[in-house]
Design a protein around this ligand. Sequence first.
Ligand code: PAF
Length: 294
Amino acid sequence: MLRFSSAADLKAAVGNARTSGREIVLVPTMGALHAGHLSLVELAKAGLPEVPASERKAPFVIVSVFVNPLQFGVGEDFERYPRTLEADAKLLEGAGVDVLFAPEVEEVYPNGQAGANHKTAGKAAEILEGHSRPGHFDGMLTVVARLFDLAEPDRAVFGAKDAQQLFLVRQMAAKDYPNLLVQAAPTVREASGLAMSSRNRFLSADDLRAATALNRTLRQACSELEAGAPADEVLEAHRRQLESDAPQDKLDYLQLVSANDFEPVSNDFHGSAILLVAANIGQTRLIDNLELLI
Ligand code: PAF
């Protein structure tokens, strides 16, 4: 595995790989890697299932590890975010990644953070995570665009756990990177159903119990919605339940949106939807979601 912190080195390696006929695949991460990230790497290495194996170019897989200051707000966990680069490098080497790109802030934003080519996420970023974390998605898209410009990938893999992020990245890619394919990787879960997250390491035993209730709630609410129960009643009942089961934690939202445009939907909606939840459990913010057809 090659290991770079310099954008110029990354670009040179990408140039060589492209000349040798490889498909450039980027997996952007903030490090503190776990089995969820490794599943993104597996998808990156596997190639697209819809392309016959005989026609697939050999993937050249780049994993970036960069804790992006622009996507953390004041009072959020930028300083506390786990940084485990050497352990990450070992995992990526074992997973057969071609390049680990772990730049410093100055390499990603050579004109300073204020001088970066800032992206604006738009309307779908105003609700849910965007409402609770103002500026988060602008900062996220800014770094993702910068990574796309540096690595010039043919394909990029993102986790479905960050459903709103995935939607916004796809929206940006459709507009600004029309030749780039954004591939979604299904959420990887603990046996309890808890979605894997770099932040799970901060959860105490009590927190873990409350965290596990999030996925249980999603599953129960989804089966009620799929059985035809009115969305407003289902959501309200489960919000109340979560709040009374763990009054010490703060449920931020339990919301149903259309998978098509990420707009909240009402009782008469039919189609592909996403049920999303976010809660601050102890000191840790957790999110999860499930897709459903109603
Ligand atoms: O999902 C993440 O880990 C981050 O938001 C990303 C996409 C790597 C951008 O910093």
